[in-house]
Design a protein around this ligand. Structure first.
Ligand SMILES: [Zn+2]
Length: 165
């Protein structure tokens, strides 16, 4: 996010070197606001539902784009609670977290993705945020190159390794 004015006092921000990087810093030293632009944590679920993995398409995405269920944490919410809530809000099913798949940088979106393997049963009802969903058998699931795709890749690799044991 780009700020032009200080969100604390309203004076213009200036680009200033701070701790090795250029930061947007309030021009009023007495205020001292620094926009650190830290990545935002996002929770994601590789959701297993009746033997398939659920991929979803947001309303504002192109027709062929599908991804994992994702969402932002609410204040004071634990990440594993947040993903269960997001699954309920977006698909209207009660999920349980199976495991943490991993934590991934998503520099294109300035996010850090906390990805879980979760399971749910029962009929899916899409929320207004979503345009469509797909049930993809794990054998047909192919990871994509960025964002939550890294979690899909790691989950598939762990699954293959477990099957070969
Ligand atoms: Zn300020």
């Amino acid at each position: 996010m780009i700020y032009r004015f200080c969100p604390s006092c309203g004076k213009p921000l200036a680009n200033v070197e701070r701790t090795g990087r250029t930061r947007a810093v309030c021009s009023d030293d007495a205020c001292g606001f620094v926009h650190w632009n830290n990545p935002v944590p996002v929770v994601a679920a590789l959701l297993e539902h009746e033997g398939a993995i659920i991929l979803v398409r947001a309303r504002d995405w192109p027709q062929h784009w599908y991804g994992l269920v994702t969402g932002f944490l609410e204040a004071h919410e634990a990440p594993d609670q947040a993903i269960v809530r997001e699954i309920k809000e977006q698909l209207d099913v009660d999920a349980t977290v199976v495991s943490l798949i991993g934590v991934y940088a998503f520099p294109e979106m300035n996010q850090a993705i906390i990805a879980y393997h979760a399971r749910a049963e029962g009929a899916i009802t899409l929320s207004d945020e979503l345009a469509a969903y797909r049930s993809v058998p794990p054998d047909k699931l192919r990871p994509w190159a960025m964002g939550t795709g890294h979690a899909v890749k790691d989950w598939l690799a762990a699954r293959t390794a477990a099957a070969g044991r």
